[in-house]
Write a protein that binds this ligand. Sequence first.
Ligand code: COA
Length: 189
Amino acid sequence: MSASITLNHQGQEFFLARPAVALGPAFLEFLNEFKARGEGHFVFEDVLETAGLPAYVAWLEQGERGELAHAGYVPWSAYWLVDASNNSVVGISSLRHELNMPMRTRGGHVGYRVRPSRRRSGLGSLLLREMARLGHQRGIDPVMVVCHEDNIESAGLILSCGGTEYEPILDGERNLRRFRLHADSRPRR
Ligand SMILES: CC(C)(COP(=O)(O)OP(=O)(O)OC[C@H]1O[C@@H](n2cnc3c(N)ncnc32)[C@H](O)[C@@H]1OP(=O)(O)O)[C@@H](O)C(=O)NCCC(=O)NCCS
């Protein structure tokens, strides 16, 4: 996996780090905050809980190399956003390198989460913009991002990052809003 990326946000330093066992305690502490707040089960939490952190990191690396295609996974890269002042994980994100049909219609290229105690301070924007940049760097243009219609936080975030909305699609009983982030699109702020 490639080295982490240093980001400056409002005069503070952050790292967009690759998952690593050395960051394991910080990552588990990040997950615990979600659990304590009763916020959603993570898609890959089962792998972590059954196999443990080193195996989870190895599994992410396999996913990045495209070795989990047999299980239906398109290749993806996982990133952990780390606050350099205290080495805490403040957000996580994934970038899919390519899309299969379900991902093209309903998944999109990027998934992201910011820990509840660090929201509304621009970290979601920092993360999504950087992930879009990494996607564009890989030749993915536009980068597709989706969210359910009731996820006003995520929709606001995507729009603030310059997302252009196109037609929604029904996902169960809810509409899924879909957006494109073009390499030449301008963030709203
Ligand atoms: C969506 C999420 C990543 C936003 O992270 P964040 O760090 O709070 O986002 P930012 O501080 O960068 O906010 C950027 C913009 O998003 C919008 N936004 C964020 N939270 C919002 C809220 N609670 N209500 C309305 N708009 C909101 C606003 O437009 C905001 O800009 P502003 O602060 O200038 O008004 C975060 O709420 C989260 O992790 N949610 C749970 C996981 C999730 O829904 N992931 C996306 C799956 S599709």
